[in-house]
Design a protein around this ligand. Structure first.
Ligand SMILES: *[C@@H]1O[C@H](CO)[C@@H](O)[C@H](O)[C@H]1NC(C)=O
Ligand SMILES: *[C@@H]1O[C@H](CO)[C@@H](O)[C@H](O)[C@H]1NC(C)=O
Length: 128
């Protein structure tokens, strides 16, 4: 590993003369994004209180702090938070990274059927 690391440093140094190869090999950025909070409606005590928290479809845009020189080849999402009302309901949530560009991407959160989703969060990692 140590040898590889040193070798990578050398490649990075040499790449200063060949236009950004170093960034191609080593650049990653990361962050966290949330679906957004859905509060129950306190005016109801029955299922209507959660009507707007089911079948949610939320798109959150992520902007990279520094644009990549190319579209990142890897964008990985890891669930970091689920706030889902689960009694008598299945937990249903899908997250995906879409519309990936050098500047950012969109995180799509979707729930379906009768799942009541208050919030969800993902950690994201993007690498060239
Ligand atoms: C609850 O009812 C009050 C009074 O009718 C109304 O002002 C408020 O907007 C309602 N809340 C929601 C979340 O619908
Ligand atoms: C919940 O109760 C309200 C009246 O308080 C009623 O209008 C509504 O239809 C009920 N919703 C459900 C899903 O039972």
């Amino acid at each position: 590993m140590h040898y590889c690391f040193l070798n990578l440093q050398l490649v990075c140094f040499l790449s200063l003369f060949y236009g950004g190869l170093c960034e191609l090999q080593t650049s990653c950025q990361s962050g966290k994004v949330y679906m957004g909070w859905c509060q129950y409606n306190p005016n109801y005590t029955n299922a209507s209180a959660y009507a707007h928290c089911i079948k949610r479809y939320v798109v959150q845009a992520v902007l990279f702090k520094r644009p990549f020189s190319l579209t990142p080849s890897v964008v990985h999402l890891g669930l970091s938070q689920l706030d889902i009302r689960s009694n008598d309901h299945d937990v249903r949530l899908e997250v995906s990274a879409q519309s990936i560009t050098p500047y950012g991407f969109n995180v799509h959160f979707s729930s379906w059927a009768d799942s009541i989703t208050h919030n969800a969060g993902v950690n994201w990692l993007a690498c060239l």
